[in-house]
Design a protein around this ligand. Structure first.
Ligand SMILES: NC(=O)C1=CN([C@@H]2O[C@H](COP(=O)(O)OP(=O)(O)OC[C@H]3O[C@@H](n4cnc5c(N)ncnc54)[C@H](OP(=O)(O)O)[C@@H]3O)[C@@H](O)[C@H]2O)C=CC1
Ligand SMILES: CC[C@](O)(C(C)=O)C(=O)O
Ligand SMILES: [Mg+2]
Ligand SMILES: [Mg+2]
Length: 347
């Protein structure tokens, strides 16, 4: 039997009686919201989706067979109120729903930002929990539909009922996370590791690596199409192997030439200087510098965010990638995956 350093919970560890007779209010129907709502409903849980008046997602949620109400109505009806709107919007939405929370209800998050950085102060008589899939929401849904799951984290910030952890685990079961494995953590640990991971490795680090690789080849006179396939498209195929069997399966599958070149050159690209930058980024997460910057950026109407987003969208690798993906035989002329991934961020 494998010995882990932490307890990992699976399907058999979850007791669904902690959620089966309850109503779950899902506030928001974006990346995480649509996945939690549909997975829970298909797991037999009573779900009501809370969406603002005039929300374009109302029609989508109804088409998916879900009940829809306003955020305040849904929260008042829900025993578990899962706040799945963007982190920066959550404090305002919390003010709208606060009066509907009853003693013994659960206020639930998929990321600890607003609790950890004290942007939301929950009432003392509710449970406050976290169920955080370690995955983009669209894959939480896709994996569930494919009878697979996504790993997740649970945490308890406030436990008034004595059932907070069991309920979080039952919820994680309902969205398919216990199929893959669930780890218990704290709001602090989830928030800091999640922010660090997305900034330094998963989203920030990897896109910078891809762009620098692409630009190096194009500036040296190679065709943008070649550079796109080499530095972006094939990355997915390489990462698929790491996902399936760790670094070892990837090294086994690539040529010995790639393995020797990668092992001797990789650490020259991402070196001890990058490591120092990573430590700085982690410190900014830990001491609240990043959180303050992001909160102020939103208060100012997102000037830097919008500028950086525009620059990213018009980068050469994006210009060349769109038509190339459209011509993939299985895409039928539509870059559907890109459209789907962008859809929930349009608010
Ligand atoms: N994206 C992800 O995969 C992951 C996200 N998380 C966490 O999950 C939470 C939700 O994130 P995510 O799914 O990305 O969120 P999204 O950006 O996808 O949320 C969009 C939803 O929020 C609603 N919304 C936006 N603004 C408002 C507002 N002012 N008032 C009411 N509703 C609003 C939108 O409404 P409308 O439909 O009307 O536009 C939409 O339904 C966050 O805490 C995030 O950190 C955790 C793990 C991964
Ligand atoms: C990696 C980004 C993420 O943390 C996630 C999909 O888990 C997010 O905030 O979207
Ligand atoms: Mg994450
Ligand atoms: Mg995150």
């Amino acid at each position: 039997m494998t010995e882990f350093t932490t307890t990992v919970y699976y399907d058999d560890d979850a007791d669904r009686s902690h959620i089966d007779s309850k109503t779950v209010a899902i506030l928001g129907y974006g990346s995480q919201g649509h996945a939690h709502a549909q997975n829970l409903a298909e797991s037999g849980v009573d779900v009501v989706v809370g969406l603002r008046p005039g929300s374009s997602s109302r029609a989508a949620a109804r088409e998916d067979g879900l009940r829809v109400a306003s955020p305040a109505e849904a929260a008042a009806e829900g025993d578990i109120v899962s706040i799945l709107v963007p982190d920066t919007v959550q404090p305002a939405v919390f003010e709208e729903i606060r009066d509907g929370l009853e003693a013994g209800d659960t206020l639930q998050f998929a990321h600890g930002f607003n609790i950890h950085y004290s942007q939301i102060e929950p009432p003392e008589d509710v449970d406050v929990t976290l169920v955080a899939p370690k995955s983009p929401g669209h894959l939480v849904r896709r994996n569930y539909e494919n009878d697979e799951g996504t790993p997740g984290l649970i945490a308890v910030y406030q436990d008034t009922t004595g059932e907070a952890k069991d309920e979080a685990l039952a919820y994680a079961h309902g969205i398919g996370c216990t199929r893959a494995g669930v780890i218990e953590t704290t709001f602090r640990e989830e928030t800091e590791t999640d922010l660090f991971g997305e900034q330094a490795v998963l989203c920030g680090g990897v896109t910078s690596l891809v762009k620098q690789g692409y630009e190096t080849l194009v500036d040296a006179g190679y065709s943008p199409e070649m550079a796109y396939f080499e530095c972006l498209n094939e990355l997915k195929l390489i990462v698929d192997l790491m996902y399936e069997g760790g670094l070892g399966e990837m090294w086994d599958s690539v040529s010995d030439t790639a393995e020797f070149g990668g092992l001797t050159r990789g650490d020259r690209i991402v070196d001890e200087h990058s490591r120092e930058r990573m430590e700085e980024v982690l410190e900014e997460v830990q001491d609240g510098t990043f959180a303050r910057e992001w909160i102020l950026e939103n208060q100012a109407g997102r000037p830097s965010y919008n500028q950086l987003k525009d620059a990213e969208e018009s980068h050469g690798i994006e210009e060349v990638g769109r038509p190339l993906r459209d011509l993939f035989a299985w895409n039928d002329g539509d870059d559907e995956e890109t459209e789907k991934a962008e859809a929930p961020a349009d608010d």
